[in-house]
Structure formats: structure tokens, C-alpha cells
Ligand binder design. Structure first.
Ligand SMILES: Nc1ncnc2c1ncn2[C@@H]1O[C@H](COP(=O)(O)OP(=O)(O)OP(=O)(O)O)[C@@H](O)[C@H]1O
Ligand SMILES: [Mg+2]
Length: 255
């Protein structure tokens, strides 16, 4: 199962991705978490020990340019995904492995492609690999990491939305953009929902734009308390409403 979690800045992508990884890992799944953000913070939400030695950073060296027919070029990742995972992956609690791809170091040698291309190729390589049982991608606030064709490896893309108009409008644009990329399998995750009124507002809006809602995740002080301590919400309080909502969502995914 491969899932991408996307959405506007600050909506809760990392909180949801990280907690979902931990919950799925706890039910004995092997989970690969990919942090595609240039300002990575999935590591904290996954509960990786801050004093642990991080793996080496991925660099633009990992990509090569190969010639196709008639002077056309394309980029590809140099090594099999299994090797990337062994070298650059980091163990997190509950059967989760983290791979940070969002900020590749620019190497002096090798392919002089932009870091954007590198991220896109790495995401493509991760999503198309058969190495891991479950892959969850925490993306930047756009679909830019997805190249045409990548979506065929993704079971679903979730766009996280908050109950206010600008966030919902952004979700609508996101859904349009996804369609242009040929991505059909897109659903919403409603996050930070405080009451029935907000739930209704999201429901009505998403109905209008034909975007199914996969789960409602409540606004939960536990997330902020965990943030303040710099730990994962699941380690802060495993019975937190946010964790319970994500558990129910995870169960619906694996059933
Ligand atoms: N269900 C929730 N209840 C309360 N606060 C939440 C909830 N989900 C996320 N938050 C808070 O919202 C803020 C943004 O969360 P998060 O970092 O997960 O979002 P993001 O979409 O990954 O952001 P970015 O676009 O910067 O990567 C954090 O301060 C987090 O504590
Ligand atoms: Mg984030």
C-alpha cells in the first residue's frame, strides 16, 4: 500500500503522516516513511531519538542522466531502492523506517540536475519499488514531487484540509491539479475539526467539489502539548483523540 499525504502549508500533513506510520507499524506492518519536505520534521513526529546518529544525507550524486533515443535525455536513480534504503534509511519505533529525500545535498560531481529533479526521481523510485509493505509519503504543500505516471504506483493521495474557506479552496485547486496529472484517486482528510458545525461545513464543500472525505480528525490539544515537548503525539498520549481517529483510519486502510 502506498499513500501520499499532501495539502496546504501547516494543515497537519506531518502530524497525520507520522502518526499514521506509527499506528500502522504497531499492527506489525513494515512501514516506510518518506519525508519529502525540504524542511524535514517527520523525524520528530515519528519519535526518532534526537541523540541517534542520523544516516548520511542523500545528495544529487544519486541521480544520473541517461540518453534515450535521438538525443533525448532522462534522469534516473543510480542504485536499486533497496540499497538506498539500507544506506540512507533511519529506524524509527514500531517497525517504521524513515527516508529523508526533501533536501538533497548538491554534489560537486555527477549529474548537475536541480534538487527538485532529484526529489522527484527519488519519490518515483520509492513509490515504484516493491521493497516495502507500506509506504507513506509526507509531501511538500504541492504535487510537484509527483511526475506524470508516478500516480499509478500510489493507491491514494490524501489532501489534508482544515475547516476554513481558504484551506478548502486550496483543496479544490489541488484536486484540479491532481486531475491534470492524471491522478484520480484523491480523497480529503479533514483535520483540526472542532465541532459539528465545522464538520458540516467541510462535508458540504467537499460534496460540491466531488472530493470524498476519508476521515475526520479532531482538533486536539495533545498535538500541541507533544509539539511543545518535541515528541511524537503517540508517545505523549496514545489515547489522544487524534491518535484514536488515525487508528480508525488505519484500520479502514488495511481492511
Ligand atoms: N489535529 C490537530 N489538532 C491540533 N493541532 C494540530 C492538529 N494537527 C496539526 N496540528 C498543529 O498544526 C501545526 C502544523 O502541523 P504539521 O506540521 O503537521 O502540518 P504540515 O502540514 O506538515 O505543515 P508544513 O506545511 O509546514 O509541513 C502544528 O503546530 C501542529 O501541532
Ligand atoms: Mg510538514
Amino acid at each position: 500500500m502506498k499513500i501520499a499525504i499532501a495539502g496546504k502549508g501547516g494543515v497537519g500533513k506531518t502530524t497525520i503522516s507520522g502518526t499514521l506510520c506509527r499506528v500502522l507499524g504497531r499492527s506489525h506492518n513494515e512501514v516506510l516513511a518518506i519525508d519529502g519536505d525540504p524542511n524535514p520534521n517527520l523525524s520528530v513526529v515519528l519519535g526518532i531519538d534526537k541523540s541517534a546518529t542520523p544516516p548520511p544525507s542523500l545528495s544529487t550524486d544519486i541521480i544520473e542522466r541517461v540518453e534515450e533515443a535521438e538525443g533525448k535525455w532522462r534522469f534516473q536513480v543510480k542504485m536499486p531502492f533497496e540499497e538506498i534504503l539500507n544506506k540512507f534509511g533511519q529506524k524509527a519505533p514500531d517497525n517504521v523506517t524513515l527516508l529523508m529525500v526533501g533536501k538533497p545535498e548538491v554534489a560537486g560531481t555527477g549529474c548537475m540536475c536541480g534538487s527538485h529533479t532529484v526529489v522527484r526521481e527519488l519519490v518515483h523510485s520509492a513509490l515504484s519499488s516493491k521493497e516495502t509493505q507500506i509506504t507513506i509519503l509526507d509531501t511538500e504543500a504541492s504535487l510537484e514531487h509527483m511526475k506524470r505516471g508516478t500516480s499509478r504506483y500510489v493507491d491514494k493521495i490524501y489532501t489534508v484540509v482544515e475547516p476554513y474557506f481558504r484551506s478548502l479552496e486550496a483543496a479544490s485547486r489541488f484536486a484540479d491539479m491532481a486531475k491534470q496529472l492524471g491522478i484520480e484517486k484523491i480523497e480529503a482528510i479533514a483535520n483540526k475539526v472542532r465541532n459539528q458545525e465545522e464538520k458540516m461545513a467541510i462535508t458540504e464543500y467537499c460534496k460540491k467539489i466531488n472530493l470524498p472525505i476519508a476521515v475526520f480528525v479532531p482538533f486536539d490539544e495533545n498535538v500541541m502539548e507533544a509539539d511543545l515537548k518535541g515528541i511524537s503525539v503517540i508517545d505523549h498520549n496514545e489515547n489522544a483523540p487524534v491518535v484514536k481517529a488515525i487508528e480508525a483510519f488505519a484500520a479502514s486502510l488495511t481492511n
